[in-house]
Design a protein around this ligand. Structure first.
Ligand code: GCU
Length: 350
């Protein structure tokens, strides 16, 4: 058994034994992850506004309203804005809303079963991630360029910037009466699943935090890798800019990390987290993602039921959704599928 930094012992050595002690411990955890992994997120500079620029009342055969919205907010270097595509069901009740950070700027793409989402009574608020900042090492464009980035190893990576944008979308959505503030979710796939987890860790207004196939730097443990899994060393070569520079020193030295990814999952407690894996996605390491849920469980147990699975490797089709941190192992490849969406929505509706 590997040694994992203890989630439930704070930096002074005190055991975290009840819910009232969690918020201080959570702050420590977010601080460790900010300094060593993702970089510190920039502060909020003022109020977020939303301007509706286009409306279609007849989306999804008239069951939904589609609005194109410009989200804008002040930053260190002036105003920044990005487009938000919002579709919500026509309903006389407040509906759940999923803020979805997307790889495409099309609402109904192959990762988004739009009509099904609407028919199940959910709103989706979609952000195209490159409308926020480029997916490369250029730290001067888009929202990334609107803040001074510390050069002491703790400067934000792109994941922090995408996560920050998801929170600004929520600022606006919470001003709208159509949405249920107790049924708010942030969701993403792969690098954007890592982003959703980091967003939930920093913004407890998101009641559901949903990571799909997020793997290395996301839900999967760094100390425990199974065959074919991605490592920090690989990421340092291809995607160092998603993280802060301090993370790079842990390549091949994972045992020296003062955290592991169970800290990231736990940082959303007492809100709910869903970790979704796919059976053929060895790169994201499904079993390691499951073990990380086991490791995160004690934080959620302070508030109710933790993880309803165990360390025994999940079988394809398993869905451990009985606690505040849920895990499912969907059949197939690295993808955000209809099955994933439906299991996530089932969980939110419980
Ligand atoms: C690469 C990367 C992963 C990432 C994925 C994605 O495969 O190595 O860490 O999750 O891209 O975002 O699609």
């Amino acid at each position: 058994m590997k040694f994992y930094p203890d989630l439930m012992t704070d930096l002074s050595g005190k055991k975290i034994t009840d819910a009232s002690m969690w918020s201080d411990r959570k702050k420590e955890i977010v601080d460790i992850l900010s300094r060593e992994e993702y970089g510190y997120m920039p502060p909020v500079y003022g109020e977020t506004k939303g301007e509706i620029i286009k409306v279609n009342e007849g989306e999804c055969a008239g069951h939904a309203v589609h609005q194109d919205i410009t989200i804008s907010f002040p930053t260190e270097k002036g105003e920044f804005s990005f487009p938000l595509r919002l579709v919500y069901p026509v309903s006389d009740r407040k509906v759940p809303v999923i803020v979805y950070m997307s790889f495409s700027n099309l609402l109904a793409d192959h990762y988004i079963p739009l009509e099904e989402i609407i028919d199940r009574g959910f709103a989706i608020a979609e952000i195209y991630y490159k409308d926020v900042t480029s997916d490369d090492e250029d730290m001067t464009n888009g929202l990334t360029g609107m803040f001074t980035r510390p050069d002491d190893g703790t400067g934000f990576g792109k994941i922090s910037i995408w996560a920050y944008a998801m929170s600004r979308a929520l600022d606006y959505l919470l001003t709208r009466e159509e949405f249920d503030p107790e049924k708010t979710a942030c969701q993403g796939h792969s690098r954007l699943g890592k982003t959703a987890l980091w967003c939930g860790a920093n913004d407890d207004r998101f009641r559901y935090v949903i990571s799909n196939d997020s793997g290395c730097g996301g839900a999967a443990y760094e100390r425990t890798k199974h065959e074919g899994a991605e490592t920090i060393e690989f990421m340092n070569g291809r995607f160092p800019y998603w993280f802060c520079e301090n993370r790079q020193k842990y390549a091949g030295a994972e045992d020296t990390m003062p955290f592991d990814q169970h800290f990231l999952i736990a940082a959303s407690a007492p809100n709910n987290v869903i970790v979704a894996s796919a059976s053929l996605d060895q790169w994201a390491d499904p079993y390691s993602e499951q073990l990380s849920c086991v490791g995160a469980s004690p934080a959620f147990e302070l508030f109710g039921k933790g993880f309803s699975g165990t360390e025994e490797k999940a079988k394809v089709g398993d869905n451990f959704d009985g606690g505040k941190v849920a895990y499912h192992l969907r059949d197939g490849r690295h993808f955000m599928s209809r099955t994933d969406w439906n299991l996530n929505m089932d969980y939110i509706l419980k």
